[in-house]
Design a protein. Structure first.
Length: 195
């Protein structure tokens, strides 16, 4: 397989995307997120602000918010986190929140109960239009990638996302990274595109 078909890996830990309304409920009226560090996707950042997630069976503290604010609040956790919280979150693409479980999010200004929005993020690869053409993939396509090393495996069911403001990066969660022995900045190889 050629080097041109290599893709860098971004390991995504549990995090929260918030609406402006929920941000203000959590941190106070008129509050704005502050940047802790820039992320691989242009314009996106890990915020200094963290919250506590409260589920039916457990609590997870110091969960980072990612910015900028979004139209709807979304909580992305791993399957392991689901067990800890007592929430059966479905594997979904970002933004596909209809019918998903809710959760209580606690900030310094108090709690917010969201009725839906908890997901286990479906693994995906961000491409620019030019790179998608070079790699022979299209937006919404499902592909597979191969990892290397002592825990090498093939990830099937990887969604291709194409947008002009993206940067090449495959996003997996911590459970997936641990299963494959992957860390931030490792590379995977695009194997195939299904028709």
């Amino acid at each position: 397989m050629s080097e041109a078909r290599k893709i860098p890996v971004g390991v995504s830990g549990r995090h929260v995307h918030v609406s402006q309304k929920d941000l203000e409920a959590l941190f106070g009226s008129g509050y704005s997120l502050t940047c802790f560090k820039e992320l691989s996707q242009p314009g996106q950042f890990a915020a200094n602000e963290t919250v506590t997630l409260v589920g039916p069976k457990g609590v997870i503290q110091k969960v980072r918010i990612l910015g900028p604010v979004r139209k709807a609040t979304q909580v992305e956790i791993s399957r392991t986190d689901c067990y800890a919280l007592g929430i059966d979150a479905p594997v979904r693409e970002s933004g596909d929140l209809a019918g998903t479980p809710g959760i209580v999010i606690v900030g310094p200004n108090g709690p917010v109960k969201v009725d839906e929005g908890v997901i286990v993020a479906k693994r995906h690869i961000h491409f620019t239009p030019d790179l998608a053409k070079e790699y022979g993939v299209s937006d919404g396509e499902i592909v597979a990638v191969r990892t290397e090393g002592p825990r090498a495996l093939v990830f099937d069911e990887v969604v291709v996302r194409v947008r002009g403001d993206f940067a090449l990066d495959m996003h997996i969660d911590t459970d997936e990274a641990n299963a494959a022995g992957l860390k931030q900045g490792d590379f995977v190889t695009l194997l195939k595109a299904t028709q």
